[in-house]
Design a protein. Structure first.
Length: 240
């Protein structure tokens, strides 16, 4: 998705300037250029409409939206780099943008969407555990996927899908570790707890049975020793 955003350069800085902008329906923002010769780009302070920025952030492509930023009669392609929300009112307070080189690949975070219902849920009573909800991918700015779909229909109990199992795409490359778990079908906690409890009770019962079997042997041995001692005393008396 593409969007258009108007920006105006601002000279002032600091809390007073930010407060003045917000009262006027704008928020402070910074536009960063591309990194050159290993040097961090300098930011250009601008003012933008927070409602327009929020509209972009709440769109399907979210922070990965390509934005046509209009500034001083010119236009450049940018993306949202970072933003700050008020912790109480959730109003947008500040935003950072960075310019894109359309012929150079970038790394972005893309959400994972689940398709279908696992066989392990329908037939075996399992639960689908959604472990990782977004992954990092590398691609050109114009090839950023809005989401990555994974089909979980064939998953049975204790089966999973990892990043390495996601079908490859010529337009993007997954950068997240291939062993990262995305989803798996697990046993419901109540049943898992019952199995664990039963196993623990079996482990306790086994030593008890062993102890019961060994106890008569100890008692028997004690009675034999006592009988032998009486016979010895009887033999000594007869000798006397």
């Amino acid at each position: 998705m593409d969007a258009t955003l108007d920006a105006k350069k601002r000279d002032g800085r600091g809390k007073n300037e930010a407060r003045r902008l917000r009262v006027g329906g704008q928020i402070p923002a910074v536009v960063y250029g591309a990194r050159k010769e290993g040097q961090a780009p300098e930011g250009v302070p601008v003012a933008v409409d927070p409602k327009e920025v929020l509209r972009i952030l709440h769109s399907e492509s979210g922070a990965n939206t390509l934005i046509n930023l209009k500034l001083d009669g010119g236009e450049s392609r940018v993306m949202v780099r970072d933003y700050q929300l008020d912790p109480v009112t959730h109003q947008l307070l500040h935003a950072d943008f960075y310019q894109l080189a359309m012929d150079k690949a970038i790394v972005v975070s893309v959400p994972v969407l689940i398709k279908g219902e696992p066989q392990g849920v329908k037939q075996q009573g399992g639960l689908l555990d959604f472990v990782t909800r977004d992954i990092q991918v590398q691609c050109l700015p114009t090839d950023i996927p809005e989401h990555i779909d994974i089909d979980v229909s064939e998953l049975m109990l204790h089966q999973s899908i990892r990043v390495k199992d996601v079908p490859t795409n010529p337009k993007w490359k997954a950068m997240t570790d291939g062993e990262t778990m995305l989803v798996h079908v697990v046993m419901p906690k109540a049943e898992e707890s019952a199995v664990t409890t039963a196993a623990a009770e079996g482990a306790v019962a086994a030593p008890a049975a062993g102890a019961a079997a060994a106890e008569p042997e100890v008692i028997k041995k004690g009675k034999t020793d006592e009988k032998e001692e009486k016979e010895k005393k009887k033999e000594e008396k007869e000798k006397k």
